[in-house]
Design a protein around this ligand. Sequence first.
Ligand code: FPP
Length: 235
Amino acid sequence: MPLKEKIDLSKLPRHIAIIMDGNGRWAKKRKLPRVFGHRAGIKSVRETVETCAELKIEVLTLYAFSTENWSRPKTEVNALMALLKLYLMKEFDNLMRNDIRLNAIGDILGLPEAPRKELLGIMEKTRTNKGLVLNLALNYGGRQEILNAVTGMIKDKVEKADEGTFKKYLYTSLFPDPDLLIRTSGEMRLSNFLLWQSAYTELYITEVLWPEFRAKNLYEAISDYQKRERRYGGI
Ligand code: FPP
C-alpha cells in the first residue's frame, strides 16, 4: 500500500515543525560548496509545503535561520538571505494558488532589508488566505523568544503569569503547539527551536538529509506519529 494511504486523515497533526538539517553534509558528499546544499533544500521546502497544504495541516513551521546562524561565514549568511528572498519571490503565486498564509516568527526586524521587505509584503498579501499557515522561523531562537515574552509581560505589568498568559506573549500565540517535530540528518537535539512550545511534542528524527527529504518522508513521519500514544504526563 502506498505510504500516503496508510495515513489516517482523521488523526493528522495540527501543527508540524521541522528542523531542516543536513544541507552542508549533502553538499560535502558531492564535493560542492555548502550553498549548493541550501539551494537544493529549496526543492524539499516546496514539496513539504505543498504536501502539508494538500493534507490540510493547519500550521507548518520551518526552522530556516536561527539566531546562532549569524556566526556562519558571511558568504554563507548572505547566500541564505538571498535564497530566502528568491524563494519568496518565486513562491508567491504558488502560495496564493494553494490558499497558504505566510507568517514569520523570530526577530524579523533584524533581517537584512531586501528579504525582510519581501517577507512582510507577502505576509500582508496572503493575510486573508484560509489554508495552511507557512510559518518561517527566521532570526529565531527559543531562549530569545522566552526572554522577549518575559520582557513583554514586565512592560505590561503582568503580576501573575500562568501558561495561558505566557503563551500570548510568544511569537506563536495564535497557533497550537506543534504535535510533531521532525529533524532531518540524524542529530538528536532541539537546537533552541520552539523550546516552550515543544514540551509535549512528538519527536521524529530521520537520517535523511534535508535536500533529499520528499513527500514520502513526510508521510513516513506522520504515519510514525499516528502510531504513538500521547499521554501528556498522564497514564
Ligand atoms: C541546516 O543545514 C540548514 C540551514 C541552517 C538553513 C535551512 C535553509 C534552507 C533549507 C533554504 C532556505 C529556506 C527557505 C525557507 C527559503 P546545515 O547547513 O547546518 O547542514 P549541516 O549540518 O550538514 O552542515
